[in-house]
Design a protein around this ligand. Structure first.
Ligand code: NAD
Length: 403
């Protein structure tokens, strides 16, 4: 999509999960062009086609009511989906970004924009490695969070939207493309998309990296071998205690400290005011849904949008469950969240004892090694999308990567 033409004609959705279903339906209600859909397998494409092209089509119900009537193609072949697309939206977990970028890159038309919904942390370093460095023609937009809380009820046919955020934030690279990009995306999803000043706001201000791992630590920090019955599975947010709320605040404070240190070092070149303390972010995203904001833990446990979300558990026998440490709350939000933040903190020269506590606990549960003592020297760190992997080790180089 040329920067001077903010009206895309074809939107590609890449991914076949909850978020992709919701986007296909919601975008159909707001966007006037065609929607094409790339899945990870032909089997999945086939199942999707049976619903999407049925008489009832794919429907979103709940907080948003819409029908995916603008979808024209569903395929697992990027050669069919990508070449005509002006906007290519990745709706997959962060660990799938790089393989997906490698699949679509050969077919991207000149001027097509890439959108990661959400981006999580460090997408900018994946792009450098995938030779898709943003420039005047290649614009990349990252969403800070996903706009809706949603779950598939029936594959290809029915997706329940439990909640819609009041507003979402996103960043663009190059920065100059932000006004046009945010306006186009707001029009497509029917929600205000507020521009963050830089992609670094997005990487450091990734709130999933705080709430998910710290929430897991709060529930299962002492877990050794307890088996839970069906009725004993804890609510993930609604049961948050004050001690977990304090750890959340401490991790968030460390991230804000890293942002401030970089902003000072950048001498006005980086605006990192978008990296909000978690409590302020919650108010921005969910002001309408929070019943009691007297403490951070209460603001989370009384947030109606989080109601009914249970802790991730793994069934080991009928009616018997243990915590699921392979869940994205750790496998996405540690390596594509807190570890990237820690890598940037190292460049900024900021110590992060609370982040280190959470990573150290989580890596042991996940069977991974990122931190050794408080240094990112573990064997599983190298393949991650951290600045050091792109040869960025100084504040000056880091600042230059975000302009
Ligand atoms: P999902 O698990 O329902 O779907 C993920 C999709 O990614 C699947 O279609 C899967 O096939 C695809 N995928 C996985 N690995 C892949 C690979 N290597 N290459 C290509 N495709 C691959 O997930 P979702 O709920 O749609 O969430 C997508 C993203 O949005 C995640 O980052 C999630 O954390 C975030 N998110 C979702 C919600 C929500 O309510 N659904 C809310 C907040 C954030």
């Amino acid at each position: 999509m040329p920067a001077n033409n903010p009206t895309p004609a074809v939107l590609a959705i890449c991914g076949g999960g909850n978020g992709a279903h919701a986007l296909a339906a919601v975008a159909s209600a707001h966007f006037n062009g065609d929607i094409v859909w790339l899945t990870s397998s032909e089997e999945k494409a086939d199942r999707l086609r049976q619903g999407v092209f049925s008489a009832q089509r794919l429907r979103a119900t709940g907080a948003v009511e819409a029908t995916a009537r603008r979808v024209t193609i569903v395929s697992a072949d990027p050669a069919i989906v990508i070449p005509q697309s002006d906007l290519v939206v990745l709706v997959v977990p962060a660990f799938a970004h790089r393989p997906l970028l490698d699949r679509v890159a050969p077919y991207l038309k000149t001027g097509a924009w890439i959108v990661a919904m959400p981006s999580r942390s460090g997408l900018e370093f994946d792009l450098r490695v995938a030779a898709l460095k943003p420039d005047g023609r290649r614009v990349v937009i990252g969403f800070q969070t996903f706009p809706w809380l949603c779950r598939i009820k029936e594959f290809g046919r029915d997706v329940k939207v439990n909640a819609a955020k009041a507003t979402v934030s996103a960043a663009a690279l190059p920065v100059a493309a932000a006004p046009v990009a945010m306006s186009a995306l707001s029009g497509i999803i029917g929600m205000e998309v507020a521009a963050l000043p830089t992609f670094l706001d997005l990487t450091l201000g990734n709130t999933g990296q705080i709430i998910h791992p710290v929430g897991m630590h709060g529930l299962f920090g002492e877990w050794t071998d307890r088996v839970y019955g069906e009725e004993e599975i804890p609510a993930f947010y609604a049961g948050m205690d004050e001690e977990t709320g304090r750890l959340l605040a401490a991790v968030s404070d460390e991230i804000v400290t890293v942002a401030r240190a970089l902003a000072v070092a950048a001498q006005g070149k980086l605006d990192l005011r978008g990296v909000l303390p978690i409590r302020a972010w919650l108010q921005t995203a969910y002001a309408h849904a929070i019943a009691d904001s007297s403490t951070l833990a209460r603001a989370i446990s009384t947030n109606a949008a989080y109601r009914g979300v249970m802790a991730p558990m793994r069934q080991i026998a009928p009616g018997a469950y243990v915590p699921d440490f392979g869940h994205r709350f750790l496998t996405e939000d540690i390596p594509y969240g807190l570890v990237v933040t820690k890598a940037i903190a190292q460049i900024a020269g900021v110590t992060t004892p609370h982040i280190d506590t959470v990573i150290s606990w989580a890596q042991e549960k996940m069977g991974r090694q990122y931190l050794i003592h408080s240094a990112l020297e573990g064997r599983d760190t190298h393949p991650l999308r951290i600045p050091q992997r792109s040869g960025i080790t100084t504040i000056a180089d880091l600042v230059a990567a975000y302009l």
